[in-house]
Design a protein around this ligand. Structure first.
Ligand code: ADP
Length: 366
């Protein structure tokens, strides 16, 4: 059992920098929670406060209902895996993994058992006598994880553990950490700036910006029901397209973009949701995957638009099409059939069932 609860936790650094403000998170037993957001949003500070490496300015931190604000890091029963691995270069893999247990005066036999068990889980059995410099980046990262596993902590904390690895290895280690989470049944809190990592690994995701939590939810709910324009743009790759315009009633509910290039006649079913915004400015959001090649998309609830293709990026299984509507840069993802040419006109279909709307002032979802 290992639950982590942050109640109104705030961190103000010396000099007045507010790095985390009024943070409320309840991480359940055995849950994998990812803190994600752009650089400087306060995610590392939050993780370091949980670890006890940063003092909490105000608010309360509980581990299993015990307040631990003033408990020292080594007594919190937490293990942290860092971005730079922090391995001791002069020690072997075995010694690196055993070090923390030795410090805590564990019996030799117990240490051996735990290190061997961890090495087995991580596929490091053949490397136990090597020094870190004779390991690949991925193997070093595994040793860093192994050092956490042998402690059998209540909670694992990860601070951008994969950002020093190349793209392919990152994907591989991502699945390894997810498997590890399933096998150990441990509570894990993971910090990253990478929305793909967050989406693929997290049971729930905490989205932060400027020291504030914007939304906490499952990956699918964040994708389908973002609370505001920031979350909508942060989750999904490529990002959601946005265009500003006005909602009017012209032979039915209609969105007109600011520079009048785009006019979308909307489903009357949206009427109830949008009724307070008639005549007002809104942001329309359309995900790249909700724009289709008109040649292959036949759904009746869509609107066709002719666009001038500026850039065409073949990705193998799909193609990214870049174009401009009004002054807004748009991207569409379509299946890779026939590659359209740049500087040609293409007819695309926008799925009217998948539109997102945001208040122009507050940027909250409507
Ligand atoms: P993230 O991990 O999301 O990139 P951080 O938690 O590292 O963000 O930092 C949040 C904010 O706090 C940033 O504006 C950063 O400059 C500031 N900050 C981080 N560490 C310190 C520190 N030791 N002293 C003063 N300001 C800091």
């Amino acid at each position: 059992m290992a639950e982590v609860t942050l109640k109104n936790v705030t961190k103000v650094y010396e000099g007045g920098q507010v790095a985390a403000k009024d943070i409320n998170i309840n991480v359940h037993d055995k849950e994998f929670v990812v803190l994600v957001g752009p650089s400087g949003c306060g995610k590392s500070t939050t993780l370091r406060m949980i670890a006890g490496l940063e003092e909490i300015t105000s608010g309360e931190l509980f581990i299993d209902n015990k307040k631990v604000n003033d408990v020292s890091p080594k007594d919190r029963d937490i293990a942290m895996v860092f971005q730079n691995y922090a391995l001791y270069p002069h020690m072997t893999v075995y010694e690196n993994m055993a070090f923390g247990l030795k410090l805590r005066k564990f019996p030799k036999e117990e240490i051996k058992q735990r290190v061997n068990d961890a090495a087995k889980i991580l596929g490091l059995e053949d490397y136990l006598t090597r020094k870190p410099k004779a390991l690949s980046g991925g193997q070093r990262q595994r040793v860093a994880v192994g050092r956490a596993i042998v402690r059998k902590p209540k909670v694992f904390l990860f601070d951008e553990p994969l950002s020093n690895l190349d793209a392919k290895l990152r994907v591989q280690m991502r699945t390894e950490i997810s498997k590890l989470h399933q096998n150990l049944g441990a509570t894990m809190i993971y910090v990253t700036h990478d929305q793909t990592e967050a989406m693929t690994m997290g049971d729930r995701i905490v989205i932060m910006k400027d020291g504030i939590i914007h939304q906490i939810d499952t990956p699918l709910n964040l994708y389908n029901q973002p609370i505001n324009k920031f979350v909508a743009g942060f989750i999904g790759s490529p990002s959601m397209n946005f265009i500003e315009g006005t909602l009017v009633h012209e032979n039915g509910l209609t969105f007109k973009s600011k520079e009048k290039f785009l006019t979308l006649k909307l489903n009357e079913s949206l009427g109830e949701r949008l009724k307070n915004y008639l005549g007002k400015s809104v942001w329309l959001g359309i995900r790249p995957e909700d724009i289709y090649d008109s040649d292959s998309f036949t759904a009746n609830n869509s609107v066709k638009v002719d666009v001038r293709l500026e850039v065409v990026e073949p990705m193998g299984n799909e193609i990214f099409l870049y174009f401009t509507i009004d002054s807004s840069q748009f991207v569409a993802r379509i299946p890779a059939r026939k590659k359209p040419e740049p500087n040609t006109t293409k007819t695309l279909s926008i799925d009217l069932n998948k539109l997102h709307f945001f208040d122009a002032d507050s940027e909250k979802s409507i």
